[in-house]
Design a protein around this ligand. Sequence first.
Ligand SMILES: Cc1cc2nc3c(=O)[nH]c(=O)nc-3n(C[C@H](O)[C@H](O)[C@H](O)COP(=O)(O)OP(=O)(O)OC[C@H]3O[C@@H](n4cnc5c(N)ncnc54)[C@H](O)[C@@H]3O)c2cc1C
Length: 423
Amino acid sequence: MHVAIIGNGVTGVTAAVRIRQRRPDWRITLISGESRYHYSRPALMYVFMGHMRYEDTKPFEDSYWAEQRIDLLRAWVTEIDTEQKRLHLLDRDPLAYDRLLIATGSKPNRFGWPGQDLEGVQGLWGLYDLKRLYDTAARTEQAVIVGGGLIGIELAEMLHSRNIDVTFLVRERSYWDNILPKEESGMINEIIRAAGIGLRLETELKEIVSDDSRRCVAVETGNGERISCQLVGLTAGVSPNIDLLRESSIETKRGVLVDSSLRTSAADVWAAGDCAEILRPEADRNLIQQVWYTGKLQGELVGDVIAGEERAYDPGIWFNSAKFLDLEYQTYGQVNMDVPGEKNLFWRHPDQQLAVRIVYTDDGVVGVNLMGLRWRHEVCERWILDKRPVHWVLEHLAEANFDPEFFRRHEPAIQSALREQIA
Ligand SMILES: Cc1cc2nc3c(=O)[nH]c(=O)nc-3n(C[C@H](O)[C@H](O)[C@H](O)COP(=O)(O)OP(=O)(O)OC[C@H]3O[C@@H](n4cnc5c(N)ncnc54)[C@H](O)[C@@H]3O)c2cc1C
């Protein structure tokens, strides 16, 4: 049995390791066009800022793969022939498979902006982007970042750390306000501005302007402003990377369509991670999850399924964490605004960038947002899974305490403020 895996991101490698654990004698080939070895994509920014070496972003020793008898193939797959069970590769002979996992991740969105292909214009997704960034940043004094999401703020921080004058164009009324409630989003606006990054809200990119040599020299915004820059970062979200499947018979929509066991419409082909769109006939929308830990969860599951175990994906309680400059953010469960039947409690420290939001219904707590504070993952998850009543949660806040010092200072203030709001 030969299992081929396209993509050596967290999803692909997790699946490969899992299959090896369950099937010691199967042949496994892990293919990636980007790099021979798996590395941590979220760590790219720390490499650029000099906090880590590239070597340190590889969670496995290079020797691990040979020890595990997992073949690594650095190649781009150009076509999947599901009839012949063969992968066509760029500049190489085709590769036959018995079972196939597609774990091709996401790709940055590009909206056809005039000038988006000029020199000095780029996204931040992989090693190639990092390399270009080193080159361009070295001759850049002013940069413009377009798109108010997580990668945009990372890129802004990276360039700002090199004393580049950064302007951040955000189309929305407030940073990431399609995900964050007004207060949390407002806190991030404040810290971006306090860091000296020029935040332009409700501002769209109209055009990127070049000199005679097709190098970008400025952007023009929808508000008629012209901002000089030598580098433009395009970070307006990501989409499942399914380019490879354009000519194939495998069904796709926004991502590769899969059932709850991550099987595609083609026999012996699975898809998982950022590129997968999980069919949910019972819900109003299919599920696309594009974060690190869900890639790992889906990789584990699909590895088991490919190895012959019947399992269905359970996304569990949603969790995400990020860092906005110096501000840490964690979210658990469902934190959506204006949902009928849901109530929000919100506490913010009067002087510091610290905040807590607890969302609850009559049935118990459904979501928690933390800004500048870190609580225990398993405790927050348990509150939501067990549908703990909000009074009970306030009573037991100390159990989520990560840092005893923090609770000595803020716990009583959080409890009394939130109890007052309930009353
Ligand atoms: C800058 C940045 C920061 C991030 N920070 C965070 C964070 O802090 N927290 C978080 O949860 N998530 C973060 N993410 C998102 C996270 O990295 C992704 O969710 C995760 O990497 C998805 O894993 P994956 O294995 O599905 O795909 P990917 O990691 O994208 O891997 C896809 C692989 O497929 C390969 N591939 C694609 N097409 C082909 C082809 N045709 N032929 C051969 N190989 C192919 C690529 O080479 C690549 O190796 C960040 C992403 C970026 C870009």
